[in-house]
Ligand binder design. Structure first.
Ligand code: DC
Length: 225
């Protein structure tokens, strides 16, 4: 059967990873959370107290503790640095608030993009991130750009955090999301932006099922062609 590449891009908390995971499962494709890779590199930078001008050292650390993924018994994706399971650590506030400067470093992007392209070679894939449709998989058959209001995205993050037992303040979340949007959209290398051939979908007020149904329909149209 024909398999395609699906690129799902968009700002922080626009629902990308939730829907990307579901679509990948429905199609039996690989799912790759590229944000988790930038977060893992950020964790290394923080653990070793590295600054922007120490990117050479940072890349050496990534070589020593390569990023990999697997699934636990519940089918949940786990992220590893070498042998270490860093799935939870990469969601820490400290990582979230530092990931923008690490992901703006061109050598970091070069390394991770090469890895992402290598993973995509295996066949059907759903990849989510910021530059998938523009840089990583410019040839992807389906490109979706998800957006949602800052208020709604902050509320989603707030609920996620509450479920995980993490205490946060809604106003602070709004500020952090806006700040990350600004940094991700205005960096010099591969800024967050919809590819010319991407379909932009506003998920404000739309359920997860609604977003999944929209993307599945688009994928089906391509697969049935
Ligand atoms: O999707 P996320 O919020 O977990 O991503 C974390 C950060 O990683 C995000 O603020 C920007 C960066 N990122 C990126 O620059 N390129 C990607 N393809 C994915 C994420």
């Amino acid at each position: 059967m024909k398999s395609i590449q699906i690129a799902i891009d968009g700002p922080a908390s626009s629902g990308k990873s939730t829907v990307a995971k579901i679509i990948a499962k429905q199609l039996g494709y690989t799912y790759l959370d590229t944000g988790a890779m930038y977060r893992a590199v950020t964790l290394l930078a923080l653990e070793h107290q590295l600054a922007e001008d120490q990117v050479g050292q940072l890349l050496e650390l990534v070589d020593q503790e390569p990023i990999s993924f697997d699934r636990n018994q519940d089918g949940q994706q786990r992220v590893f640095l070498g042998q270490r399971d860093v799935s939870l650590a990469i969601r820490d506030n400290d990582v979230t608030n530092n990931v923008s400067w690490v992901s703006a470093l061109a050598p970091v992007r070069e390394k991770l993009v090469a890895l992402q392209q290598e993973i995509a070679k295996a066949g059907g894939i759903v990849m989510d991130g910021r530059d998938i449709g523009t840089v990583v998989l410019p040839q992807a058959e389906l490109k979706i750009f998800l957006i949602a209001s800052v208020e709604e995205r902050a509320l989603r993050r707030f609920k996620e955090n509450t479920e995980r037992g993490i205490e946060t303040d809604l106003e602070t979340l709004k500020e952090e999301i806006s700040a990350r949007d600004y940094k991700d959209s205005n960096r010099a290398v591969s800024p967050l932006k919809a590819a010319d051939d991407a379909i932009t979908f506003d998920t404000t007020g739309v359920s997860i099922e609604g977003v999944v149904a929209f993307i599945s329909e688009k994928a089906k149209e391509i697969l049935d062609k």
